[in-house]
Ligand binder design. Structure first.
Ligand code: ZN
Length: 445
């Protein structure tokens, strides 16, 4: 097994050889960069000048002291994004406006300089070199029309390693995307889990299309294991996970050949795991909220940014042989948890139960209260050309594999309301994180 390419890349950035990239060397580098970032933020960002006033600054003398500094939240970014800027607006090359899903959030704005984007392009080059070779063709099923968008930066990263990225955008008509796959002789795909699944499960004239792919990189949303298995089975490919968000500069971490947790951009980002309730750092190996601090960003550095994502650092060393950390698969958003009679249910529980159903490519889950009792409404999106026979029965059986749901059903405390969302290929396509919608409050009023 080859060591993650991030190992050599990060060693180079720190100025040591791969063999000398130890935890201590990396942490010494991170501390130095952290001190520079704090100084930059205090001197140039209106927000941090206020929030860091009176707190230890450039003279923090250990990474542990970072935990004494306040967090930055999505709410802070909503309120006045310009207050985060550390350069003049004409030095900003790319502004990303994030429309949050649902009705609760105002849009967020993130600002990047050309240099900030260059760091992301380098990360994409390194990360992609695990799954593709020079000369390969990669179809990118992510937004890529605008310069500086994720698709555009990925094309540039692939170009740097001699591979060809083809921006495609989100999958709207799976049949058409599959035609491109065959015509262009694509080697690898990058996309959103449910969208890539819609390709693997697309049927024409009663059968699936024969497709051979070398590898698939899944990004943007948490990745159900059931989807990984299905893609590997259908296409004989290897499936890799990427973890990132716009606030991280789009790229955060990527799996190595071991495919057992993401290695992170540790020369550009410093990660912590905290208890979301007490806000204290958690011991190594425990699951909590992922918090990061930018170490090299110039336009809009972020200090202790709370992602709302959950994960944990794996204590055992990676089989690939690197000394870099590994982040275990993100287990859904914190707000993804919903309380039902008898316990808590997550989108992950529903994903692992429902995605093994052969004809399904996505679903929406809503908890309702009707006539005083709780109902779980599951509206499924079906693959084009699939079989609808016994659909309701299959959904019911799949949900029964979740112990909490089975118990609630047996006790008559929960009802299941199955339905069909829409046929694949119709309706609006949005790249948003999926979560369980709770409408119990509405029905009660
Ligand atoms: Zn590894």
């Amino acid at each position: 097994m080859e060591i993650t390419p991030l190992h050599r890349w990060i060693a180079d950035k720190i100025g040591v050889t791969g063999a000398h990239l130890t935890k201590a060397r990396l942490e010494a580098y991170q501390l130095g960069k952290l001190q520079e970032t704090l100084q930059l933020a205090r001197n140039h960002s209106v927000f941090y000048r206020k929030s860091l006033a009176g707190l230890p600054g450039e003279n923090i003398s250990s990474l542990a002291e970072l935990t004494r500094l306040p967090f930055t939240t999505a709410e802070d970014l909503h309120q006045n994004p310009l207050q985060f800027l550390c350069v003049s607006q004409d030095q900003i090359d790319r502004v990303v406006t994030l429309q949050t899903s649902g009705t609760t959030g105002e849009p967020k704005r993130l600002y990047f300089t050309r240099e900030d984007q260059g760091l992301t392009i380098d990360f994409f080059q390194q990360g992609m070199s695990t799954l593709v070779n020079p000369g390969d063709k990669v179809l990118i099923l992510l937004p890529g029309e605008r310069p500086g968008s994720v698709g555009d930066l990925l094309v540039r990263g692939l170009q740097q390693m001699g591979a060809k990225g083809i921006p495609h955008g989100l999958v709207r008509k799976p049949g058409r995307t599959l035609e491109i796959l065959k015509k262009e002789e694509i080697d690898a795909l990058v996309g959103i889990p449910t969208q890539v699944l819609s390709l693997a499960r697309y049927q024409e004239q009663g059968g699936r299309l024969p497709v051979k792919l070398k590898s698939v990189l899944l990004s943007t949303d948490h990745v159900p294991r059931a989807i990984i298995h299905e893609l590997e089975r259908s296409w004989g490919c290897r499936v890799f996970n990427h973890y990132g968000m716009t606030e991280m500069g789009l790229g955060g971490g990527v799996e190595c050949e071991a495919r057992a947790g993401c290695h992170l951009r540790e020369a550009d980002l410093y990660f912590e795991i905290i208890d979301s309730k007490t806000k204290e750092p958690l011991p190594q190996g425990e699951t909590g909220e992922i918090v990061f601090t930018t170490l090299t960003r110039k336009g809009m550095p972020l200090i202790r940014y709370r992602t709302g994502d959950q994960g944990r650092f794996i204590s055992e060393p990676c089989p690939c042989g690197t000394s870099l950390k590994r982040l275990e698969l993100v287990k859904g958003r914190l707000e993804g948890e919903r309380r039902l009679t008898g316990g808590v249910i997550t989108m992950e529980d529903l994903d692992e139960a429902l995605f093994p159903l052969e004809d399904l490519t996505d679903f929406q889950a809503v908890i309702l209260r009707q006539e005083g009792s709780e109902k779980l409404q599951i509206k499924v999106k079906l693959a084009a050309g699939c079989n609808r026979d016994l659909l309701e029965e299959k959904i019911y059986r799949a949900l029964e594999t979740i112990p909490l749901i089975k118990m609630a059903l047996q006790q008559g405390k929960l009802g299941i309301v199955p339905g069909i969302l829409e046929q694949e290929g119709s309706g609006e396509v949005r790249a948003v994180k999926r979560s369980i919608i709770d409408r119990r409050g509405w029905e009660e009023r």
